[in-house]
Design a protein around this ligand. Structure first.
Ligand code: ASP
Length: 340
């Protein structure tokens, strides 16, 4: 039996920072010293290979161009390995996982993002467990086929659907939540998969999208938001889509100036997408009178999508140069498990 092959892609983030023996300063590691930090990796019955970004980044510097680079690496190695583990800073990991879930259509192999809150060289690091179990999951098979066929985040004993996650804690090891979808697996003595919630493998060939459009604006509502600021954001030159982050189940101010601003944007061909500020639950336009008008003027409901999924889905759909009608249809359609 040939060994299962996993490709590790190192983008940066806290996990890869090591304390310099002399100065004590945190610096990025190279992959050669990874096995020194985690000798357990040699015990895996898995053939591990690695690709490291030439200049590893803190994930706050993440950019759609880097997502394209990651998707290209996955595409060119897709037939060579059984699964992928991406080491990534936790700050924007949910954005990257969401973006990749749209860009890598028809997956039938695991793409697992992981990282840590403490560097791998620090004695109390959470990075070792995260990395070791992420590799274990990326190499796990059932009847010779990968168990996971989607883009996921593994963090602190839980495997999540990537495009359902948010980073919600900057201090705890348990840094992620998947508010509207159950974990795909939990790692204890055994890794227990939640089989009913996993994406099925695609029978079609992997399709990689490498064009993303970031001409998107975001308007987070708050009581007292001014007409001046609202209007400046909505009328930003060149925007193609506007996410309005609304209250509760998709509610917003009913003041005529606010509705008029949105309506004229929609008439100009700007897609307006309604995402709730609540961490759990969903947008239901028309449930309250304060969202009925939004529905009437053509605001699209983002349902139970996270903000991270919504913004990357817009980048993906506009990158495909679809017409407005197709974009609006796809926005409301579950494309890869990102919404109900
Ligand atoms: N600032 C770091 C990053 O996102 C935090 C982390 O890795 O957890 O790259």
């Amino acid at each position: 039996m040939p060994k299962t092959k996993v490709l590790l892609i190192y983008t940066g983030g806290t996990i890869g920072m090591m304390q310099d023996a002399k100065t004590g300063a945190l610096k990025p590691f190279n992959f050669k010293s990874l096995t020194n930090q985690i000798p357990e990796l040699n015990k895996f019955d898995v053939e591990l290979s690695s690709i490291s970004f030439k200049h590893p980044i803190d994930s706050s510097d993440m950019h759609p161009d880097v997502w394209i680079e990651l998707a290209t690496i996955i595409e060119s190695n897709y037939n060579k390995v059984d699964g992928f583990v991406i080491l990534h800073g936790s700050d924007t990991m949910s954005f990257t996982a969401s973006a990749l879930s749209f860009m890598l259509q028809n997956l039938s192999k695991p793409v697992i993002l992981t990282g840590s809150q403490l560097p791998i060289g620090v004695i109390r690091t959470d990075g070792k467990e995260n990395l070791i179990t992420a590799i274990e999951i990326a190499s796990s098979k059932q009847n010779g086929k990968p168990i996971i066929n989607e883009v996921c985040i593994y963090f602190e004993y839980k495997l999540y659907r990537g495009n359902r996650t948010i980073k919600y804690n900057s201090l705890h090891f348990d840094a992620f939540k998947s508010p509207n979808y159950p974990p795909l697996a939990e790692a204890g003595v055994e890794i227990k998969y939640n089989y009913n919630y996993l994406n099925k493998p695609s029978k079609n060939k992997l399709l990689v999208s490498k064009t993303l459009d970031n001409d998107i604006a975001v308007l987070k509502l708050f009581p007292g938001i001014s007409k001046k600021i609202t209007s400046a954001i909505i009328n930003t030159h060149g925007i193609k889509a506007l996410i309005i982050e609304t209250f509760g189940s998709g509610n917003a101010s009913t003041q005529p100036w606010f509705i008029n601003e949105l309506q004229s944007a929609i008439k100009k061909g700007i897609v307006v997408l309604n995402i709730t500020q609540c961490l759990e639950g969903e947008v239901v336009q028309g449930k309250y009178a304060t969202s009925t008008q939004l529905k009437e003027i053509g605001v699209i409901s983002g349902g139970d999508m996270t903000f991270e999924a919504a913004i990357t889905k817009l980048m993906f759909l506009f990158g495909k140069q679809l017409n407005l009608k197709e974009i609006k249809i796809n926005l409301q359609k579950n494309m890869c498990g990102e919404m109900k």
